[in-house]
Design a binder for this molecule. Sequence first.
Ligand SMILES: Cc1cc2nc3c(=O)[nH]c(=O)nc-3n(C[C@H](O)[C@H](O)[C@H](O)COP(=O)(O)OP(=O)(O)OC[C@H]3O[C@@H](n4cnc5c(N)ncnc54)[C@H](O)[C@@H]3O)c2cc1C
Length: 471
Amino acid sequence: MMAATIVRKCSLCFATARQLKSLYPMSRRLQTSSSDNEYVADIVISGGGMVGAAMACALGHEELLKHKRVILLEAAPKREFKLPEAFSNRTCTLSPATVKLLNSFGAWEEIQKMRCQPVHRMQVWDSCSNSLITFNQEEMTQELAFVAENDVILEGITRRLDAVKDKVEVWYKTKGKQYIIPGVDSSEDNSWITVHLDSGKTIKTKLLIGADGFKSAVRDASKLHVVSWDYKQAAIVATLCVSETENTVAWQRFLPTGPIAMLPLSRSISNLIWTTTPENAKYLLQVEEERFVDAVNDAFWHERDMNSVAVSVGNFLTDISKNLLQGDTSSRQLPPTVTGIQAGSRASFPLGLTHSSNYVRSRVALIGDAAHRFHPLAGQGVNLGFGDVTCLRDVLTKAVYDGSDPGSLSYLVDYETQRQRKVLPVIATIEFLQRLYNTNLTPIILLRSVGLQATNTLTFVKDRIIKEATS
Ligand SMILES: Cc1cc2nc3c(=O)[nH]c(=O)nc-3n(C[C@H](O)[C@H](O)[C@H](O)COP(=O)(O)OP(=O)(O)OC[C@H]3O[C@@H](n4cnc5c(N)ncnc54)[C@H](O)[C@@H]3O)c2cc1C
């Protein structure tokens, strides 16, 4: 029985190889040819940001894919990275599922050798009422997440890419200029994709993975429908000095103009992500540093937005919960005082949503921001991108194990289904929260205060939220 299966798999492999040869007969010959500038690869990944680099690394470290030639294209030059003393203002909160992926190819160890900070507790509260929600594992000893600088994450992945350079080639300073997609640019649906590079070279590939960010040219060339809008908000980021000794709590306060968050980076350094109006963002970017620090402290501490009705109802609910239900009413902690900012660390980013209605078509798959980009208020963007990497690696491994073509739509559709089941509810929840907190109307403030307070009281609901956010 087993022998028959092996024979069937081998014959399938030979059949596939024969088909591919007839499809593209000069493939192997062209692979090493540079005279005519034409190359061949099983998989091309366009975009070597955190998500694209992780994809290349995951494929390179997968035993079953070891005979596949993978090329990663990155428009930027290769960086000579040396960990600076000053912290970068671009950071991400990494979920346990992300840590698991990074661990699977050794990048997590590299990141830890550099630096990252555990998060033991999260506190989210409303500036219009006393309602709050806290998340922490028992005794606050287990990490809910980690905060790491984007540069450090990318460097950790790059070091592990170097370990598989015989299987994965990284072409830096190389931009995909034009993508010829079968079914879009030709009527033949199953022929290979041609990637024209800005260097004048051409690559033929069975599968093109678009990891080229939210303005994805791969997505545009694939004619995939996109839903997008501008939040008409900007995110101000900065590196803050804080009066802390432990600093393992992530803080987020919802203001009517948008959420302000402070994420721990070390015992005395935190990262600021402040979503606000474009006008306020402009002011915050140019005001002198002392005033900026005052504005940040004020945003975390002021009581100007308090709504008396919501405060009374919230207090009443807390009492009921404490006395009758004996629920979790984890006490409010006070955020650390900001004492200064790292010079020159302020920057502003426009915020928007871009979602591709499909993540795949024949021979194309989108991952990371190329497929989905949304509000950073839940710190989920790159985590969902890394989730795409895990899922696509598994789907492609299965395709190869089955002796199939990795660009086959029947496998890629499986990737799309699994990921949209995960991504769409996250986007819907974030959009709901974003609108819910973007108002001063008393009935809405009341509704969200009761909701937040009730969720904080019900331990099983919180456990479910943690499970969903970290898986
Ligand atoms: C203020 C802010 C805070 C955030 N905080 C968090 C957080 O806490 N947690 C979280 O999970 N997410 C967070 N995010 C989201 C996160 O930063 C993004 O989801 C993530 O950076 C997307 O990574 P990516 O690799 O998909 O895309 P990108 O980082 O955009 O990378 C795309 C890469 O493709 C390359 N490229 C583009 N075009 C081409 C081409 N034609 N050829 C070759 N290369 C090309 C680019 O040079 C780039 O390197 C935040 C976002 C913002 C704005």
